[in-house]
Design a protein around this ligand. Structure first.
Ligand code: SAH
Ligand code: SF4
Length: 432
């Protein structure tokens, strides 16, 4: 297959001029030149607001406490005539102990428990489906209050008692990368803070990992990768608030070093992510020329490779001990030549980087084929010879369609078939 046979791709929605990082940096020194990066950020966030999630309330009007910041939690207490200090107590029960029922909050008096239950819930997304693969990977199909669904995958380490939770940030995706199954699904909406935090908390429920392990105590659900459905930097505000809750040391307390956000290259949001969250960054690169990347990752037409690499060089949270991961999906005969491996090495110069080679996970309707083993090995060797680590990401959970790029659409199809014969499973109490 040639690159020109890849499905036609749409330009990203905005018609505004692309922003270059050098241009934007120049504008910092010369105030008469508009800061195009700031303008782009404003545009991206205005667009995100159009896909805002519904309010986090139950059908009977009770507010969900999950997803509120500490300040908002204090405010919620004031709204019911209580002192804001209650927020500290509740934070502990919700995020450290994992309690979902006020009656389990033993340091709170019975009348107060009843009052809280009258106004609030501590919610979890409903589990519409849960499957465990032969390799122990577990995939959750979560159903939210408005009936929208998203998938989350837990990928246990094969050797140690730890593992990564792969979290979704949107229902669908606007970006239509040609190799990605999620990209064939239109963006329905952004996920809200309680829905993002809730994916992790519900996965922890499933493994009974409460209370939150303190400090360096080993954890089964030990890392988060924002690599599920959607583009996290197109839903930055909700993702950022959710990650801040998850990182809070009085609750779940997962370190920013254990969180990796993957982006297809939303350049104007990258610095902000590094400054505010300081999480690890992964870049879905997949091609070393703009010509090919324009086809595979259409967002490249707006933010081409040069600007993307400049933003990586400037990423505030990267260092030699915290390298940026460059994800590179290996597509047979498309992007897997030795020459491309050498060009990749050249592009990475000056960036604290590691490379993750991802064998393409096929899905029905896609023309791409995974690279051969020999190609993978030869490509990996060139990168390793240049001094970068280049592990090949072994696909996990393929039997349950939980591998990279296989999320959602397939399970949606399977469930649709099931619902013809059966009633859909109901969300759990307190759930969305
Ligand atoms: N939207 C973000 C986050 C999703 S991460 C991003 O694109 O980075 C999903 C990862 O899986 C990305 O690196 C993506 O390129 C990769 N991926 C998508 N489809 C795939 C497929 N069919 N096989 C293997 N990896 C795929
Ligand atoms: Fe969206 Fe990422 Fe899939 Fe591209 S690879 S369509 S950005 S989820």
């Amino acid at each position: 297959m040639t690159t020109s046979s890849a499905a036609p791709v749409a330009m990203p929605a905005s018609s505004s001029a692309p922003t270059s990082v050098p241009e934007a940096l120049g504008s910092l020194q010369n105030t008469s030149v508009p800061d195009l990066t700031a303008a782009e950020r404003t545009r991206i966030q205005a667009k995100a607001a159009l896909f805002a999630p519904p309010p986090a309330r139950t059908a009977d009007g009770r507010k969900d406490l999950v997803g509120l910041s500490r300040e908002e939690l204090g405010q919620a207490m004031v709204e019911i005539g209580e002192k804001p200090f209650r927020a500290k107590q509740l934070w502990h029960w919700i995020y450290h102990q994992g309690a979902t029922d006020f009656s389990a909050m033993s340091t709170i008096s019975k009348p107060m428990q009843a009052k809280l239950a009258e106004h609030f819930v501590v919610g979890r997304p409903g589990i519409a489906d849960e499957q465990t693969s032969k390799d122990e990977t577990r995939k959750f199909l979560f159903r939210f209050r408005d009936g929208q669904e998203a998938e989350t995958v837990y990928i246990p380490d094969r050797r140690e008692d730890r593992g990564a939770v792969c979290i979704s940030s949107q229902v669908g995706c606007t970006l239509s990368c040609t190799f990605c199954h999620t990209g064939t699904q239109k963006l329905v909406r952004n996920l809200g803070v309680p829905e993002i935090v809730g994916q992790f908390m519900a996965a922890r429920d499933s493994y009974g990992e409460w209370p939150s392990p303190a400090g360096d105590t080993p954890r089964l659900l030990s890392t988060i990768v924002l690599m599920g459905m959607g583009e996290p930097l197109y839903n930055y505000d909700n993702v950022a608030k959710a990650m801040k809750i998850i990182m809070d040391g009085d609750g779940i307390g997962l370190s920013r070093r254990r969180i990796t956000l993957s982006t297809s290259g939303v350049v104007p949001m990258m610095a902000r992510c590094g400054e505010e969250l300081g999480v690890n960054l992964a870049i879905s690169l997949h091609a070393v020329t703009d010509e090919l990347r324009d086809q595979l990752v259409p967002l490249n037409r707006k933010y081409p490779i040069k600007e993307l690499m400049a933003a990586c060089r400037a990423y505030p949270a990267a260092s030699n001990s915290r390298r940026i991961t460059f994800e590179y999906i290996m597509l047979r005969g498309i992007n897997d030549s030795d020459a491309e491996a050498r060009e990749l090495v050249r592009l990475l110069k000056g960036i604290p980087a590691k490379v993750n080679l991802i064998p393409f996970n096929p899905w029905p309707g896609s023309d791409f084929k995974p690279s051969t083993r020999e190609r993978l090995a030869s490509f990996a060797n060139i990168i390793m010879d240049a001094g970068y680590s280049a592990p090949i990401r072994m696909p996990r959970g393929r039997d349950i369609l939980a591998a990279c790029g296989q999320l959602k659409t397939a399970s949606e199809r399977r469930r649709r078939a099931e619902t013809l014969a059966d009633t859909p499973p109901l969300p759990a109490p307190n759930s969305w």
